[in-house]
Design a protein around this ligand. Structure first.
Ligand code: PBG
Length: 326
């Protein structure tokens, strides 16, 4: 056997020898400022119920959400994103775009008590429709153009309630433009749109649908959300949203799509968000509880990986846990 000699004097281990050296050469630093914390608001008062598939995540009434937001702010997390579960659902998701809807109430209450917190609202109909689809359904078709009019109305009522940013998550064509037009026409030129631009039809949304009570009663979301096998199409989706006026573009989920995050960031150089979704959270929590992995370590590794891939912002249910460690 031949003796192998190092070809150069390079020894990459030199800069790994101490914690100080490792911190000096570290390329990616996670920060509390990277996080956006998702919250689920429900009708009622003094209501706080844990989502069984998402330990540490709760459905909360408006008063409890305000308390939570005070804590979120004090932990140094800059933003929350709100999802609403209405009193009544119907075919056209009426409660999504009424002045006193559940999200609209929550926004007003939060902005009154914690004005510095950035309040983002998820704009979609799936939590509000009786069939659980993200828009209007005719026959077995999830209709595009009539749905985006309702989404635009929903976004407007969120802005009127005081939302700092709106985030359409439906993946219908043309919705960013429809929202931009209605916001501008109503003097909300300065409200940014964070678009769920490359959102995949994913099995990782399972626990969220329990939290948001938004599981479709029939069919699935494959006629509007993206096929997990596609990458070029994601760039096309993102480009379209940017042309329509998106200010921040999102890739969702995060972990199986790190390559997409990187391509989007490199191609467009836009503020880029990644959604570390419910299933990604629940897997870590479950394996951690079983003692199969070190939950905190895996959490930080995942979040660092998402940032390293190119995300400027991470929507994550881990935001509070991670902020406490940073
Ligand atoms: C609503 C919406 C979904 C998520 C965010 N907004 C679910 C879906 O598309 O079914 C998923 C978030 C998560 O899994 O954490 N359209």
């Amino acid at each position: 056997m031949q003796k192998t000699e190092l070809p150069t004097f390079a020894r990459l281990r030199r800069t790994r020898m101490t914690a100080t050296l490792r911190s000096m050469v570290r390329e990616t630093e996670l920060s509390k400022n990277d996080f956006i914390y998702p919250l689920f608001v429900v009708p009622g008062t003094k209501f706080k119920k844990e989502v069984s598939s998402m330990p540490g995540v709760y459905q909360m009434s408006v008063d409890e959400i305000v308390r939570e937001c005070i804590e979120v702010k004090s932990l140094g997390i800059p933003a929350v994103i709100l999802f609403g579960i209405p009193e009544h659902k119907d075919e056209i998701g009426s409660e999504a775009y009424v002045e006193n809807g559940i999200v609209q109430q929550a926004v007003r209450a939060i902005k009154k008590e914690v004005p510095e917190l950035c309040v983002i609202t998820d704009v979609c109909l799936c939590e509000y429709t009786s069939h659980g689809h993200c828009g209007i359904v005719r026959g077995d078709e999830i209709v595009n153009d009539a749905s985006i009019e309702l989404l635009a109305k929903e976004a407007l009522t969120h802005a009127q309630a005081g939302a700092d940013m709106v985030a359409p998550s439906d993946m219908f064509d043309g919705r960013v433009l429809a929202i931009r037009e209605i916001l501008d026409a109503n003097n909300f030129q300065n409200i940014p749109i964070m678009s769920y631009a490359a959102k995949y039809a994913s099995g990782f949304y399972g626990p969220f649908r329990e939290a948001a009570e938004s599981t479709p009663k029939f069919g699935d979301r494959r006629s509007h959300q993206m096929d997990p096998a596609n990458s070029n199409e994601a760039l096309h989706e993102v480009q379209t949203d940017i042309e329509e006026g998106a200010d921040i573009v999102m890739v969702k989920p995060a972990l199986p799509y790190l390559d997409i995050i990187r391509r989007v960031k490199d191609t467009f150089q836009m503020p880029t968000a990644a959604y570390n979704v419910s299933g990604e959270y629940s897997m870590v929590k479950a394996a951690g509880r079983l003692g199969w992995i070190d939950e905190q370590r895996v959490m930080m590794e995942m979040l660092t990986g998402i940032k390293r891939a190119g995300a400027d912002m991470i929507l994550t249910y881990f935001a509070k846990d991670a902020a406490k460690l940073l």
